[in-house]
Design a protein around this ligand. Structure first.
Ligand code: PMT
Length: 399
């Protein structure tokens, strides 16, 4: 029995894995996704191409099996969808494991609520629909890139919804990536829930705000056409906020969540042992970001943690990798896209060794061409690719 740095035995990870996957059923689409991923991976493995699994978007935590209510998080999938495009540009084949209805590579340019695609089009006198002249160039470029990725079978889209769907899909695809050896890259940008309701404690039907089944049972079948008196009274009491200063405990919904097991160790040691694994660390407090990123690397012994703050994630990230100095990647001030949620004053706040160098404009010759605003993923992906090349080099020198 081997031990890791946290002192837990390797087999305890296996027990937790068996228990979780045995008691939380897989999504219905899993066999179909596995078949598609297998043929995609084998095709690209035979061509010696690098394949990246990009995870993207948030995971839901259903409160009911017939789900009406669920807990969710903020992630729109911008990081994942944007990164997928730059990976394709760098020659990778991409498996895009994403939250259903979150942003997708290429179509993301036109599916933001602020960038409604209908505003980019107009009707010609002959009744045909065409792109506005000011959007022609970009639309043509995006359309060509999208069609090229499709034509060359370089992009496989696999959707998930819940945390359990995500984990089943992640495990299955990671295991299928083994034939790629070090050419496989796992880039885990999804915002994964830390807590969930286990299947055996989940309500079958919609959680009721009153015990209707009990009331119906007591009243019998004859009173079904009119509203039962007790129900009416309960609703009246509940609606009358003025006369009920504190909501009684019996009326509250108390949600009891279990922690989601951390499967990164299983991923590193068992599911995809030769691939390069990149995780993300999201924090809101600048004071702890780098510490948490380093802690994660130490704990799971993988290859790279990309740290980001919620409020500055579109402008800066930090790379924390074993044997490397922490590396901040920043979009220069003049090339940042302003966002409503971003807080520019916090750029640099998590960087304890910050020097004025960090915010000096980059040499324009090193910046991607095109729009004046730069997407930070256009800087992240080449840096990840560089580390991946080293990872492949080291692996092949050991053979
Ligand atoms: O979608 P956007 O709005 O663009 O936002 C992008 C982002 C902020 C969500 C992204 O950049 C990011 O930071 N994603 C990871 C956030 C997160 O869930 O961190 P974590 O500390 O909970 O998880 C650590 C890592 O392990 C993550 O890479 C996560 O994908 C992965 N993980 C975590 C738990 C779990 N059970 N399985 C996992 O794979």
């Amino acid at each position: 029995m081997s031990s890791n740095t946290t002192g837990t035995s390797a087999s305890s990870h296996q027990v937790v894995e068996n228990d979780y996957f045995g008691s939380n059923p897989p999504p219905k689409a899993l066999p179909k996704h596995v078949a598609a991923a297998e043929s995609f991976i084998n095709h690209h493995a035979a061509a010696g191409r690098r394949v990246v699994l990009v995870t993207s978007g948030g995971t839901t935590v259903p409160l009911e099996k017939h789900t009406v209510r669920f807990i969710d998080n903020f992630s729109a999938g911008t990081r994942g969808a944007t990164s997928a495009e730059y990976f394709l540009e760098s020659g990778y084949a991409v498996i895009f494991l994403h939250r259903q209805f979150s942003l997708l590579p290429y179509s993301r340019h036109y599916s933001h609520s602020t960038d409604c695609f209908l505003d980019f089009l107009h009707e010609n006198p002959d009744g045909s629909v065409v792109a506005n002249p000011s959007h022609q160039d970009k639309m043509l470029r995006v359309l060509r890139e999208y069609n090229a990725a499709k034509r060359q079978n370089l992009l496989l889209m696999l959707p998930f919804v819940t945390i359990t769907d995500y984990l089943h899909e992640l495990r299955a695809v990671a295991q299928l990536m083994r034939p790629l050896g070090p050419n496989g890259l796992l880039y885990l940008a999804a915002a994964v829930s830390d807590f969930f309701v286990p299947a055996d404690r989940m309500s079958e039907h919609k959680i009721q705000s009153m015990d209707v089944t009990e009331i119906l049972k007591q009243q019998g079948p004859t009173t079904q056409t009119t509203e039962p008196r007790e129900v009416q009274q309960e609703e009246e009491t509940f609606d009358n906020f003025d006369s009920s200063p504190a909501v009684p405990r019996s009326k509250r919904l108390i949600v009891d969540l279990d922690p989601v097991p951390k499967f990164l160790k299983n991923l590193v040691d068992g599911w995809a042992p030769e691939g390069m694994i990149v995780s993300f660390k999201l924090e809101t407090d600048p004071a702890i970001l780098v510490y948490k990123a380093k802690y994660s690397l130490e704990r799971y012994q993988h290859h790279l943690v990309i740290g980001n703050l919620l409020s500055t994630r579109k402008w800066e990230v930090v790379f924390v990798a074993p044997g490397h100095k922490d590396r901040w990647i920043r979009v220069p001030i003049s090339r940042r896209k302003k966002t409503l949620s971003g807080v520019e004053e916090l750029v640099g706040a998590a960087d304890r060794d910050s020097t004025s160098e960090a915010d000096k404009p980059l040499d324009p010759a090193t910046l991607p061409e095109g729009e004046p605003e730069i997407e930070i993923e256009s800087l992240i992906i080449p840096a990840v690719e560089e580390l991946h090349s080293k990872h492949i080099e080291v692996a092949s020198s050991k053979k």
